[in-house]
Design a protein around this ligand. Structure first.
Ligand code: ATP
Length: 584
């Protein structure tokens, strides 16, 4: 398959902002892709070479890519740099530059998807002495054979700026459109994805074996599962009513979620967003090896920083010191953690996800020899609202955020946010002082003391159905100077020239961003709004929802992908529970 076919499809994707059209173009692309290439096409279209959890990135600096362009083109460096400055896009500079090439066309070989993929893969895996020269040589070889339009997308892919707006959900929708036709099968695709976290694999299997292939997906040690999530309710009574009968109540610890995969000779820890973070937690790896009986298991727990002297739990921020590449041993020493395990999904060849919660908890108990660094999360089983409320108070005074109420019969549903798990926090009862996790999609320049920085940010919720981000508020308060500066840095690299195709907003801003950065925000209530597009038309025509008095709550959620942000569905739940509170 020629790379030009891909570049052509990318071009069409770039020129539409309609989700349905985008899905249609993608689906047509899948239809003409040979099955053996499908996985590669899926990864490339999302600007990757592998699923995220492999941790392999192409990661070429703009400067090096520019050098390769300059050395391939016959155009003057001044002209190329001018084009770059004008458009702010290296891809456009490459498009212009490679219209006039040094390469003698007689020797040029057409670019194929395989050749592009393998060259990029080689580049991603090259390191050490001579790596730069080798990467430069490979880029020049590709650019030498690329048509301008191919060069444009090649450069964007290589520098990590493809940004076609093709999220996981869009790929799943397109796959379902291509291979299964019936939308009810969409769910089955999602289950396979939740179990494998690998869209390329799901694509290949569905193309080759259809539904039957999908039903063979299972949890596998070493491959992260998309985490099960919790719904929220306002009180223990609500949670008991919802589930019916006795429930388990567990402390909801405020740390970092870990998915721990143990197998002989290897232990891997994945974050909530399924990145490999084993290196940040050598202490956890060590204690799991010595205190978990089985040699093959998948466990889940929350790592929390603890005070070495008193054993008290410390706030989430303390754990952030572990987010570093160098000096990890020193951080381990200075910021000790305890992991509180709350689930077990796999044990010695047996998938435990379909077992009811209580049985999984019992297995976990039998598997783990607890000590100061590795414990089971505090839990009670009860059907009494008073007892659960009491346990909630205890959880809070022990430094937890609240409770997670769990259905005793509930299986582990990877990637699902349902009422099998319900989070309960103290503040749910009063007003909407519970935090929302919102995505930064735009910003307005600051004035006065904030000149040179952003003064406020346009934030959005995630619309799961449409796979878009809908604006819900503008936030400008709650930031310290240090936070504003660090946020500025995070956003620098994801500025885009116009509103992102996945963002739905009626607001005007000075700067747009790729929806990537997630902030934790508090607010007083959800109100109807003619300006914002969250849940547009759901209550009244032309009206969306806005978050009133939004305030940054101090945390940038590095552990969340934009698709893990608060959803429109959650917002409508919050709005309804707010109404109920007002009426009662
Ligand atoms: P939040 O923003 O409140 O942390 P979240 O969106 O990360 O929530 P939710 O599904 O809403 O995720 O809440 C579950 C989260 O709570 C888990 O991702 C996990 O990190 C954390 N957690 C802490 N204690 C527990 C527990 N006992 N059982 C399950 N999850 C727990």
């Amino acid at each position: 398959m020629k790379y030009a076919v891909l570049a052509d499809a990318y071009d069409r994707m770039e020129h539409t902002s309609k989700r349905l059209e985008l899905t249609e173009i993608l689906s047509n692309l899948f239809r003409i892709t040979p099955v053996g290439l499908l996985a590669r096409v899926v990864y490339l279209t999302q600007g990757k070479l592998y699923p995220d959890f492999y941790g392999i990135e192409i990661g070429i600096a703009d400067k090096l890519a520019m050098k390769a362009i300059l050395e391939t083109s016959l155009l003057s460096s001044k002209e190329i740099r001018e084009e770059y400055q004008r458009s702010g896009d290296l891809g456009s500079a490459a498009f212009r530059a490679l219209q006039v090439k040094a390469q003698y066309p007689l020797f040029s070989k057409e670019l194929t998807v395989n050749r592009v993929y393998e060259t990029l893969d080689g580049m991603a895996k090259t390191s050490g002495a001579g790596a730069i020269a080798s990467k430069l040589r490979r880029m020049k070889s590709l650019f030498g054979d690329a048509e301008p339009n191919e060069a444009k997308y090649l450069v964007r892919t290589i520098t990590g700026k493809l940004r076609l707006g093709i999220a996981d959900y869009t790929v799943l929708n397109a796959l379902s459109q291509t291979y299964l036709r019936d939308t009810t099968f969409r769910k089955r695709l999602e289950v396979a994805y939740n179990l494998s976290s690998d869209l390329g694999l799901v694509a290949r299997v569905v193309a080759e074996h259809g539904l039957e292939g999908l039903s063979k997906f299972r949890a596998k040690v070493g491959t992260p599962l998309r985490p099960m999530l919790a719904e929220r309710l306002a009180s223990a009574t609500d949670a008991l009513d919802k589930i019916g009968g006795a429930v388990a109540a567990e402390y909801k610890l405020d740390g970092e979620r870990l998915q721990i995969h143990i197998q002989p000779g290897r232990l891997t820890i994945f974050s909530r967003r399924l990145e490999k973070i084993t290196n940040q937690f050598p202490d956890v790896a060590k204690v799991c090896r010595s205190r978990v009986r089985s040699k093959k298991a998948i466990l889940e727990g929350e790592a929390v920083a603890v005070d070495r002297r008193t054993g008290k739990l410390l706030p989430f921020q303390e754990l952030m010191h572990r987010r570093r590449k160098y000096g990890v041993n020193e951080a381990v020493e200075r910021y000790p953690t305890c992991v509180f395990l709350f689930d077990i999904l796999y044990l010695e060849g047996r998938n435990l996800m379909t077992l009811p919660y209580l049985q999984r908890r019992k297995t976990l108990q039998a598997e783990v020899r607890e000590n100061q660094q590795l414990k089971l999360v505090d839990q009670i089983v009860s059907s009494s609202p008073a007892e659960i409320e009491d346990f909630l108070d205890r959880a809070i005074s022990a430094g937890s955020e609240g409770l997670v109420i769990k259905d005793l019969r509930g299986s582990y549903r990877a990637g699902a946010r349902e009422f099998l798990w319900i989070k309960l926090k103290k503040d749910y009862r009063d007003d909407l002082s519970d935090t929302l996790d919102l995505v930064v999609v735009g910003a307005i320049h600051g004035g006065g003391r904030r000149a040179g920085w952003y003064g406020s940010f346009l934030l959005a919720v995630y619309d799961q159905e449409k796979d878009t981000f809908r604006s819900i508020c503008k936030v400008g308060t709650g930031f310290s100077d240090a936070q504003l500066s660090s946020l500025h840095e995070s956003l620098e690299d994801i500025r885009i020239a116009r509103k992102h195709p996945r963002v739905e907003s009626r607001m005007q801003v000075d700067v747009w961003f790729e929806p990537k950065v997630v902030l934790e925000v508090t607010g007083s209530e959800i109100t109807l709004s003619p300006i914002h597009t969250s849940n547009l038309n759901s209550i009244r025509k032309g009206m969306g929802f806005a978050l009133r008095f939004p305030k940054f709550a101090g945390k940038q959620r590095h552990d969340k992908r934009p698709e893990d942000a608060t959803t429109t569905l959650e917002i409508s739940g919050l709005y309804l529970s707010q109404l109920k509170r007002i009426k009662s």
